[in-house]
Design a protein around this ligand. Structure first.
Ligand SMILES: Cc1cc2nc3c(=O)[nH]c(=O)nc-3n(C[C@H](O)[C@H](O)[C@H](O)COP(=O)(O)OP(=O)(O)OC[C@H]3O[C@@H](n4cnc5c(N)ncnc54)[C@H](O)[C@@H]3O)c2cc1C
Length: 478
C-alpha cells in the first residue's frame, strides 16, 4: 500500500487526502491550525460570509424602488452590527472545519496536529516528515512513500506597513473588529482588495481603494474591472489610481497611508491586501541534506573548514537563512541572488562563490519522473517552450529596465541601490541563468560528485545520462 504524508490541511491538502484514501492509500495529514486550512478559517469562507451580509444591505437599499418597504419605513436606517457579523463568520468557519475533520476521519485519514518539516536525515527512497508542536517539540515522525506539500500562503507584509491587528489590518484580522471602521483605506486592488472594498462600502463604510495600476483587478477581464469601478464610484467609493503605497503608520485618530510619489490618504483603518507569500518557512526544504547544502560543505572544506568543525542546523529556505544570519542567530549560510547582493550591501562578508569553487554547477532544475513525462509529453514541451520564452525575455538587454522594475515590485527586500548588482549576477552566463536553458553536462557531473561525497545514504553516483532525457528539449528547440 502506498503511504502518503500530506503537509497542510487546506483544500489542496484535504481534497488530495480524500482522493488518496478512497484509492486505498495509507494517508497521514499534518496540520497545525484547523482542517479546511486558511481557505475555510480565514479566506474564502469568511470573506463570502461577510459578502452575504453586504448583499443583504444592498437589497435593503434597493428595496423601496421595488415597492418593498424596509423596516422603519422608506427612510428607515438599516445598519450592520459588526460584532454579530464577525461572530457568524467565525462560527461558520469553525463548523465547516469540523465537517472537513469528520469527513477525513470517516475516510480513515490519520490526522496529526502540528507543523510538518523535513528533518536533516532522510531514509533513502521514502521520505521522513517530523511533526512539531507549538513549543517546537517533535511529537511524531512519519515516513511515507510520497510527501505532498500543501502549505498554502500568508498575507504579504510590506516592511513599512506592518499590521498591528487594531488599525492596520490583514484580511484575516478584520473579523476581530468589534465595530465597523469609519473610513477604511484598502491597499491593493486585486481580487481580495476589490472584494473587501465593495463589501465594506455596501455595509455603509466610507472606503478608499488604493490601486497601483490604472484599473482595479489587474490581470482580470477589463470589462468586468470597468463595471466594478463604475458601481464602486456610484455607491460613493473613492479609488486612488497609479498609487503604490510606500508606508502605513498609525496616527492619533487612525492611519496615514503614504504613496511612493508622496500622495497621502488618511483613514480610520487600513486593510492590507497586497498579495500572499508561500508558507515555506520552517519546512527546511533547503535542509542540511540537499544538493545546495553540499555546495556549502565542499566550499568550506576547500577553505580549510572540515564538516566536523562546525554544527549544521536546518533553518529553512534562503530568505529564512539569510534572516537568521542577519539577526546573529547563526554564523553563516549559503545564499543565492538577490540575497547575496543584499548581504554584501549590508556589510556581510562573502567567503567564496560557487563559481570560484567549481568549474560548472547545474543549479536550476525542474525534474519529473520519466514515466510521467512520457505520458504528458505535450505538457512538458509546452512548459519548456514557455520557460525558454521567459528566459529569452529576461536575458534580452532591452528588457533590463522592466526586469529591474519587476524585481523591485515583487521582492521588497531588494532596495533600488542593489537591483543592478542582483540583475548582473542573475544575467551573467557564468553565475546566473543559462542561455537557451541548456543543461551543463559538467555542471551535472559536479552535482553527482557532491551527492556521492556528502549524500546519505552514502552511494556513488555516476553517469549523468541516467538522469537526463533531452528529447523533449530537442523537439522544442529543433
Ligand atoms: C480573501 C480571500 C478570499 C478567497 N476567496 C476564494 C473563493 O471564494 N473561492 C476560491 O476558490 N478561492 C478563494 N480564495 C483562494 C483560496 O483561499 C486559496 O486558493 C486556497 O486557500 C488554497 O488552498 P491551499 O490548501 O493551497 O492553502 P490554504 O487554504 O492556505 O491551507 C494551507 C494549510 O497549510 C497549513 N500549513 C502551513 N504550513 C504548514 C506546515 N509546515 N505543516 C503543516 N501545515 C502547514 C496552514 O495552517 C493551512 O491550514 C480566496 C483567497 C483569499 C485570500
Amino acid at each position: 500500500m502506498t503511504s502518503i504524508a500530506i503537509v497542510g490541511g487546506g483544500p489542496a491538502g484535504y481534497e488530495a487526502a480524500l482522493v488518496a484514501a478512497q484509492l486505498g492509500a495509507d494517508v497521514t495529514l499534518v496540520e497545525p491550525e484547523g482542517l479546511g486550512g486558511a481557505c475555510v478559517l480565514y479566506d474564502c469562507v469568511p470573506s463570502k460570509t461577510l459578502i452575504a451580509t453586504s448583499e443583504t444591505m444592498t437589497s435593503f437599499r434597493g428595496a423601496p424602488a421595488l415597492g418593498v418597504r424596509p423596516p422603519g419605513g422608506p427612510d428607515g436606517e438599516v445598519s450592520v452590527e459588526a460584532a454579530v457579523v464577525n461572530r457568524r463568520v467565525k462560527d461558520l468557519a469553525a463548523w465547516q472545519s469540523e465537517d472537513v475533520w469528520q469527513r477525513l476521519s470517516t475516510e480513515g485519514v490519520r490526522m496529526l496536529t502540528g507543523r510538518g518539516r523535513f528533518p536533516a536525515e532522510q531514509p533513502g527512497r521514502s521520505r521522513r516528515v517530523e511533526v512539531v508542536d507549538a513549543t517546537g517539540r517533535v511529537t511524531e515522525t512519519v515516513e511515507a512513500d510520497v510527501v505532498l506539500l500543501a502549505t498554502g500562503a500568508t498575507p504579504r507584509v510590506l516592511p513599512d506597513a506592518v499590521p498591528d491587528g487594531e488599525r492596520i489590518l490583514t484580511w484575516r484580522q478584520v473579523y476581530d473588529l468589534t465595530e465597523l471602521p469609519e473610513h477604511l483605506v484598502v491597499i491593493g486592488s486585486g481580487v481580495t482588495g476589490a472584494e473587501f472594498a465593495s463589501a465594506y462600502l455596501e455595509m455603509g463604510v466610507r472606503v478608499t481603494l488604493v490601486s497601483s495600476r490604472v484599473r482595479v483587478l489587474p490581470g482580470e477581464d477589463t470589462d468586468a474591472a470597468d463595471v466594478i469601478e463604475e458601481v464602486f464610484a456610484e455607491h460613493g467609493g473613492e479609488i486612488v489610481k497609479r498609487a503604490r503605497a510606500a508606508s502605513v503608520v498609525r496616527t492619533e485618530k487612525g492611519v496615514l497611508v503614504t504613496m511612493e510619489d508622496g500622495r497621502t490618504v488618511e483613514g480610520s483603518h487600513a486593510l492590507m491586501t497586497v498579495g500572499s507569500v508561500p508558507n515555506t518557512e520552517g519546512l527546511a526544504l533547503d535542509a542540511v541534506g540537499t544538493g545546495f547544502a553540499f555546495v556549502l560543505y565542499a566550499m568550506l572544506e576547500g577553505l580549510g573548514l572540515p564538516m566536523a568543525d562546525y554544527e549544521r542546523v536546518p533553518v529553512g529556505a534562503t530568505p529564512d537563512r539569510w534572516q537568521s544570519v542577519k539577526d546573529g542567530t547563526h554564523a553563516g549560510t549559503i545564499t543565492i541572488e538577490p540575497f547575496t547582493s543584499i548581504a554584501r550591501a549590508a556589510g556581510f562578508r562573502v567567503l567564496r562563490q560557487s563559481t570560484e569553487a567549481f568549474p560548472a554547477y547545474q543549479g536550476g532544475i525542474v525534474a519529473v519522473r520519466q514515466s510521467w513525462a512520457e505520458r504528458n509529453a505535450e505538457r512538458v514541451k509546452a512548459f519548456i517552450r514557455g520557460y525558454l520564452k521567459g528566459l529569452d525575455w529576461t536575458l534580452a538587454p532591452k528588457n533590463r529596465a522592466e526586469a529591474a522594475a519587476l524585481l523591485l515590485a515583487r521582492m521588497p527586500e531588494i532596495k533600488p541601490g542593489v537591483v543592478d548588482k542582483v540583475l548582473a549576477s542573475v544575467l551573467s552566463p557564468r553565475s546566473g541563468l543559462t542561455p537557451r536553458g541548456e543543461i551543463l553536462r559538467n555542471g551535472m557531473k559536479t552535482v553527482l560528485d557532491l551527492r556521492s561525497r556528502y549524500g546519505s545514504p552514502q552511494k556513488s553516483l555516476a553517469g549523468i545520462d541516467k538522469y537526463l532525457a533531452l528529447s523533449f528539449y530537442q523537439d522544442v528547440v529543433g
